[in-house]
Design a binder for this molecule. Structure first.
Ligand SMILES: *Cc1c(COP(=O)(O)O)cnc(C)c1O
Length: 387
């Protein structure tokens, strides 16, 4: 069986986790800040806040940007549900901007149109969440220019994109956004088991996110309210936060994986290059790459040219699974999920996203995927599409 994604764990990773197990702190120890510093330094961001998932990071990022009841958040429909759910957690409403048919990311053309309409009816978004699908960066300069014009904030959901570059600079430097969020789930580019991180250049946002990740509790004197001297106030809860902390065990794995990040992304590019060549003879569309960007290549997605194939997308999906090639669909448009349909969204809302959904597969892509396995994947696709 060949999965679409999987982690790469070596002895150094294992030793790093075991060392924490033998140390004084399993959580709230020194390894979490060390991992935060490694990611911040790598990305060229000033602050990093490690949490237990990218979902948690998206939630506290929205809260730190002031998202609440009555606010509107926009994102792309072709993403994991977490990119939209974070707004709902804050009591805000969510809306979706259709994708660009070439990059599969949120379309800046559609964003321009939607903003103009929203301004007329007084329903501008407070935050736009840009998702670097598959690791391919969004048109951040374009989105950033619009944020200045319309006054919205930007979160980059870079769950797929650590190790990638946009205009020759690392994803996560927040040049075009307020906060960037990473995921360290085992299917992603590097893993901490579960885990996520929010990076930012804004000290106030970073401080607020730190507070929110740990119950809204501070033990720093300057943050605390004056209380009678005869009472003990060694901490105060000053906001409503959560327990979204990352443990030192997870951070140790993440920190160890950071040392192989560049190698992982290079290996992903090598696989992508082979796939590009091997698949060029088949009735499928291989991923288009932005010239001034370097993808993290979390996913390698192909689109079926169904008018040249005698089978349906589900038939090909089943055939590949029968051949033990575990392809996946990234993603079902979020608003088509039953929970979202119940909020009033209807099929057909974002036509490009739905077209993409009806043709797409993510095929196996991870550093340990051997050349023989890559060939096996391509052979199975050839067979499944009847080419
Ligand atoms: C995986 C993923 C998330 C959620 O990450 P977790 O760390 O599993 O919470 C969010 N957004 C996107 C685009 C993802 O792929």
């Amino acid at each position: 069986m060949i999965p679409y994604a999987r982690q790469d764990i070596n002895q150094t990773d294992i030793d790093a986790v075991v060392a924490v197990l033998r140390s004084d702190f399993l959580t709230q120890g020194p390894v979490v800040p060390a991992f935060e510093k490694a990611v911040a330094d790598y990305c060229g961001a000033q602050h990093a806040v490690a949490v237990n998932s990218a979902t948690s990071a998206l939630h506290i990022a929205c809260l730190a940007l002031g998202v609440g009841k009555g606010d509107i958040v926009w994102t792309t429909p072709i993403t994991f549900v977490a990119s939209a759910n974070c707004a709902l957690y804050c009591g805000a409403t969510v809306d979706f901007v259709d994708i660009d048919p070439c990059t599969y990311n949120l379309s800046v053309e559609r964003l321009v149109e939607k903003l103009a309409l929203a301004e007329k009816v007084g329903k501008l978004p407070k935050v736009v969440i840009a998702v670097h699908l598959c690791g391919q960066p969004c048109d951040m300069a374009g989105i950033h220019a619009l944020s200045k014009q319309y006054g919205f904030k930007i979160i980059e959901d870079a769950a797929h994109a650590i190790g990638g570059k946009y205009k020759d600079e690392p994803i996560g430097n927040c040049r075009y956004s307020d906060i960037t969020v990473f995921s360290f789930h085992p299917v992603k580019i590097i893993t901490s088991g579960e885990g996520g991180m929010a990076v930012t250049n804004d000290a106030t946002l970073a401080k607020h996110m730190r507070l929110l990740r740990s119950h809204g509790i501070s033990s720093t004197a300057v943050d605390m309210q004056p209380r009678p001297a005869q009472e003990i106030w060694n901490y105060q809860q000053i906001d409503l936060g959560f327990n979204y902390r990352m443990t030192d065990l997870h951070a140790a794995l993440g920190l160890s994986q950071m040392r192989r990040l560049d190698k992982f992304v290079k290996q992903r590019h090598a696989i992508a290059k082979r796939y590009d060549q091997l698949l060029s003879a088949l009735p499928v569309l291989t991923p288009w790459q932005q010239a001034d960007s370097y993808s993290g290549y979390h996913l390698y997605v192909i689109r079926l040219k169904l008018n040249e194939i005698n089978k349906t997308q589900p038939q090909i999906y089943d055939a590949l699974h029968a051949a033990e090639i575990i392809v996946n669909v990234h993603y079902i448009p979020v608003y088509r999920q039953p929970y979202y349909e119940q909020m009033g969204f209807k099929a057909g809302y974002c036509p490009q996203a739905e077209q993409y959904y009806s043709e797409v597969f993510s095929i196996p892509m991870y550093p340990g995927l051997t050349v023989a396995q890559q060939d096996q994947v391509v052979a199975a696709i050839r067979e499944a599409v009847g080419a």
